[in-house]
Design a protein around this ligand. Structure first.
Ligand SMILES: Nc1ncnc2c1ncn2[C@@H]1O[C@H](COP(=O)(O)OP(=O)(O)OP(=O)(O)O)[C@@H](O)[C@H]1O
Ligand SMILES: [Mg+2]
Ligand SMILES: [Zn+2]
Length: 311
């Protein structure tokens, strides 16, 4: 068993020297598949193509830059995009007990894309197989001790979120939307889904909110405005931030080095960093509230800290 301090960490791994900053934890059930993970965070949206995978990868990197130990699980079993976005391929190894996640830029990674011979081939799943594979990615991968495990969810709501809600105590979710009205109906559905299955909504991120053009330096709201705020109000959760539409985001994503890693001082990377800080704060509030609601530690002694402990 290796843990996040293992020597195979990427050289740019910001956690190599300093201990990770203290972060509060969810309260996993005794049969939780990832007991060493303090926070399980779903990145989702009812709508396709709004930037879930972009947000999941860049937020993961933004958290890692703050010194947290971060894993990213590509829960998109139909169209995995983590391998492309992080420029990584390769077969994860198994010691017969646990599968070792791949590592890149200090993140621990797992994606169905790593296991396919032809990553571009269509994958056909029957429901139970899909659920089984997802549970294997959680329980049989050696995630070790992590501060955050982010799950990049496929578009839509139903299946994956439901499976997850039943098997792992996800203590937060981030809803990604774009500003335009047509996107909102689908995004509302994921909000109400989370409500139904009891996954707390940590915040909303509005992607492709505006475009700053070279011509006049003005902020152009190409897709209208106010969508993120509307979703946030419905979800009774904060709007964690607005991200610009920036060609760099797509270019770096396609090149396999997300913008937060490639150009950490660019305005869009700064926006991701700011969002990641707000996210940690808000998640911490949610953890403390949840802790305050609990009278017993249900982790069966697995938790090193009681749910309400804070540094
Ligand atoms: N802020 C942005 N500026 C420019 N391009 C962006 C931005 N956000 C996302 N993109 C680009 O838009 C495309 C779709 O993004 P992404 O794959 O992250 O969406 P998604 O919601 O995960 O899609 P799917 O529903 O298919 O999983 C990608 O090519 C990505 O690089
Ligand atoms: Mg995606
Ligand atoms: Zn202009």
């Amino acid at each position: 068993m290796s843990d996040s301090q293992s020597s195979d960490a990427h050289p740019s791994d910001p956690q190599r020297n300093a201990p990770p900053p203290e972060v509060s934890s969810r309260n996993p059930a005794p049969d939780d598949p990832v007991p060493g993970v303090k926070n399980v965070l779903l990145v989702m949206s009812g709508k396709g193509g709004v930037g879930k995978s972009t947000v999941a990868t860049n937020l993961s990197l933004a958290l890692a830059r703050q010194g947290y130990r971060v894993g990213l699980l590509d829960a998109d079993m139909y169209g995995p995009s983590i391998p492309t976005m992080l420029g990584i391929t390769g077969q994860p190894l198994s010691d017969g007990k646990k599968i070792q996640p791949l590592q890149r830029f200090g993140l621990k990674l797992m994606s169905l894309g790593f296991l396919l011979e032809d990553p571009k081939a269509a994958v056909v799943w029957r429901g139970p197989m899909l659920h089984g594979a997802l549970m294997q990615f959680l329980g049989e991968v050696d995630w070790g001790e992590l501060d955050f495990l982010l799950l990049d969810l496929p578009p839509g709501t139903g299946d994956v979120a439901l499976t997850l809600s039943q098997k792992v105590r996800s203590n937060g979710s981030v809803i990604v939307t774009t500003p335009q009205e047509v996107a909102l109906q689908d995004v509302y559905k994921s909000v109400s889904m989370n409500r139904k299955v009891g996954i707390p909504i940590t915040g909303v991120i509005e992607n492709e909110s505006y475009f700053i053009c070279d011509g006049c330096d003005k902020r152009h709201e190409l897709f209208g405005s106010g969508g993120g705020q509307k979703i946030a109000e419905m979800a009774e959760a904060p709007l964690l931030g607005q991200l610009p539409l920036d060609p760099q985001v797509r270019q770096w994503g396609d090149a396999g080095t997300p913008v937060v890693q490639a150009a950490p001082r660019s305005p869009v990377a700064e926006a991701f960093l700011e969002i990641s800080r707000k996210l940690v704060e808000r998640l911490d509030e949610q953890n403390r509230q949840a802790g305050a609601d609990l009278s017993i530690d249900r982790s069966g002694g697995v938790n090193r800290h009681l749910p309400i402990t804070r540094s």
